[in-house]
Ligand binder design. Sequence first.
Ligand code: DGL
Length: 278
Amino acid sequence: MTHTHSSGPIGVFDSGYGGLTVLDSIRSLMPQYDYIYLGDNARAPYGTRSFDIVYEFTLQAVKKLFSCGCPLVILGCNTASAKALRTIQQQYLPYNAPDHRVLGVIRPTAEVVGTLSNTMHIGVLATEGTIRSRSYTLEIEKLFPGAVISGQACPMWVPLVENNEFDKPGADYFVQDSIHKLLAQDPLIDTVILGCTHYPLLIDKIRQYMPPGIEIVPQGHYIATSLQDYLHRHPDMERRLTKTATCQYYTSESPAKFRECASLFLKEEVNPQRVTLA
Ligand code: DGL
């Protein structure tokens, strides 16, 4: 057993850059803590990868953040939360790091969405991996029995964001197409979850093509308030979080590339370090 009751930063993991939208929301609400962001940019995207591979890669990243001193890690990635979180919580942590915690982004989003919908017909836009896992459907049905959930994979949306095409005319076709396919599944949908951390960058186009009256739910704010609530309920963990308001960035790809791409997601300059995940 390692790092028993150590104190340190909050770790935020994502397959690539998308988790920066989650980090941004968390830091805006709780700037006092120290943070380490880890992007597995060399192996992103995860959205089309199998369950086993997403689990293996995510566990490697979690172990890296633990070894950097983080007692608490947020999987700021829907795909990793959908495919790896339960197994890490139930099979890895109890035997290998019982004093550490790993939290995801699906449950906090599911908790809030049922309170926003009037029809209880809810749409989810996400990566293929997240939709196929049915994680949102299962979580929402558990919390709000009777809710009707429709999911639509948007395989082109992450590449549009990562290639800096999200505000260009080419993005319009794919945004409109995926929204149309989602709403065609169920005309009673009144609330749509953006179940992928990249999608807030497409928000202007999503608003443009979503019919009026449908509420769009980006996750960042809800994940941040849910984490704040978690820390209130777990003072032992809260005490172990260091509070000097710093943020470090690690990437499995080239730091120069990360610095350039991160500027699309964050207002501040970052100075990332390269790490190897294995
Ligand atoms: N960040 C991932 C998510 O939220 C999307 C990117 C990927 O496919 O790796 O699902």
